[in-house]
Design a binder for this molecule. Structure first.
Ligand SMILES: *[C@@H]1O[C@H](CO)[C@@H](O)[C@H](O)[C@H]1NC(C)=O
Ligand SMILES: *[C@@H]1O[C@H](CO)[C@@H](O)[C@H](O)[C@H]1NC(C)=O
Ligand SMILES: *[C@@H]1O[C@H](CO)[C@@H](O)[C@H](O)[C@H]1NC(C)=O
Length: 436
């Protein structure tokens, strides 16, 4: 870092605007186009699957009518490839008219009328990743104003075709420009991905001051390999990443690919379980018009969603990597409850895994464990007594763990609609909030 960078750093700090506007106290939930629909722009040949207003209206209909909205899935997010190649005479971005003939404000109204929110995409740089008009430093203000005037509720700000100095200036500037519009707009920053995702290139404390969420690592693809590489990177770097998360500031390991082609049912449960542990955005990229029942059940699992949306907003951690290739993940939750995920990275057969809660740092005493994906309550577990579970290859067993005294309330466990997922379980037991 030379003196230029130091000067820019000072400039950046003086630009600091806490984007503390009350948005995203829990991780965002919704649907985004990219992983499933990419940059498909041939609406003549493939009208059902191209990036155009019909696609977003279809997805809004499905979110509103198929039970998603009630569970918290509320954002409909346009990704790259929505733009016209040219800005208008006043220098504003505009949608490609053949694919968005009604314009974005009309689409925003359609989405808002269904109780949902609209997200859009722009890129800090000369061009978007797919080559559409970018948002250079001089365009940040006008683009923020344009999005606000259209009724946009969420901005994904990508970082292709810019250098680290431009990014260092541009991401805070956009935060300030969004704030200045007066419209609360959730701000998703791709900045960390472009500078390696880790300190000291990334100051996650600062990131949390200016962005509500940020992409740390490479794009997810529709495969188990891709999913596993993301889980592994986030876990290997959890000491840097986990403390950065909290209400209004989230790490983003990227979209949920459940319901597409690359994952088995067990692997789909693994993504849902780990995204809940990591307090990750639950932003699906799939075709909600054609979803099989097992994918729907996993994505609509109320307890998994409730764990993801826990109001304390503490990101979980990987606790253990066993020689047997079983990994154990843990997240502390409100009311002294917690979530445990046992992941099998084996490739042979269901593995019988033995452990005890005491060995996983739980206080002595009796607990109950609710099996999130089978829906059954495991019998009382004495922390010191060993339990045995069977974990499928590339699958998980996921538990919601609560103390025995809370078991009466467990019967009334219900997920309260819209973000306030309160498991009505109480009885604080200190010690369980401690992050290991
Ligand atoms: C702008 O920032 C201030 C200070 O953090 C905050 O109180 C306000 O809610 C923000 N407004 C918007 C629209 O983001
Ligand atoms: C990181 O950002 C915070 C502001 O959130 C600032 O106080 C701190 O000095 C920064 N750390 C470094 C190493 O620049
Ligand atoms: C649980 O285990 C502990 C230690 O072995 C023991 O002292 C306690 O009595 C057990 N509790 C029950 C309810 O079995």
């Amino acid at each position: 870092m030379g003196s230029l960078a130091a000067t820019l750093l000072l400039a950046m700090i003086s630009l600091t605007v806490a984007l503390d506007n009350g948005l995203l106290k829990t991780p965002p939930m919704g649907w985004m186009a990219w992983e499933r629909f990419r940059c498909s722009i041939d609406c003549k040949d493939d009208p059902k699957n191209c990036i155009g207003e019909d696609l977003f209206r279809d997805m809004a209909d499905r979110l509103a009518e198929d039970g998603w909205k009630e569970l918290g899935y509320e954002y409909v997010i346009i990704d790259d490839c929505w733009m016209s190649m040219l800005r208008d005479e006043e220098g504003r971005l505009q949608p490609e008219p053949s694919r968005f003939p009604g314009g974005i404000p009309k689409l925003a109204r359609y989405i808002h009328d269904r109780g949902l929110k609209l997200g859009i995409y722009a890129d800090m740089g000369t061009r978007t990743c797919m080559g559409f008009p970018g948002t250079t430093l001089d365009k940040i203000e006008i683009d923020a104003q344009t999005f606000a005037s259209w009724g946009v509720d969420y901005l994904k700000f990508d970082g292709c075709n810019s250098n680290p100095v431009q990014q260092m200036l541009g991401y805070p500037l956009m935060s300030k420009a969004l704030n200045a519009t007066g419209r609360p707009i959730a701000y998703s920053c791709s900045w960390p991905v472009y500078v390696g995702g880790l300190p000291t290139n990334v100051n996650y404390s600062f990131m949390g001051d200016i962005c509500h969420l940020w992409r740390n690592y490479y794009d997810i693809q529709d495969s188990w390999d891709s999913l596993l590489s993301i889980i592994e990177w986030f876990s290997n770097n959890q000491d840097d990443l986990q403390p950065a998360a909290g209400p209004g500031r989230w790490n983003d390991p990227d979209m949920l690919i459940i319901g597409n082609f690359g994952l088995s049912v067990d692997q789909a449960r693994t993504q849902m379980a780990l995204w809940a542990i990591m307090a990750a955005p639950l932003i699906m990229s799939n075709d909600l018009r054609n979803l099989d029942n097992s994918a729907r059940a996993i994505l609509q699992n109320k307890v998994a969603i409730g764990i993801n949306q826990d109001p304390m907003g503490i990101q979980g951690r990987r606790l253990l990597q066993e020689k047997s290739h079983i990994e154990v993940y843990w997240r502390p939750l409100s009311h002294s409850a917690s979530a445990l995920v046992f992941l099998s990275r084996r490739t042979d057969m269901p593995y019988r895994y033995r452990n005890s809660l005491a060995k996983l740092n739980y206080d002595t005493g009796n607990y109950k464990a609710y099996d999130v994906f089978t829906g059954s309550t495991v019998k009382v577990l004495n922390a010191t007594t060993e339990f045995t579970i069977s974990i499928n290859p590339s699958g998980v067993v996921m538990w919601y763990v609560y103390t025995e005294q809370q078991s009466k309330q467990m019967e009334t466990l219900h997920y309260q609609q819209k973000k306030v997922s309160q498991f009505t379980l109480h009885k604080a037991k200190p010690g369980h909030h401690t992050v290991l």
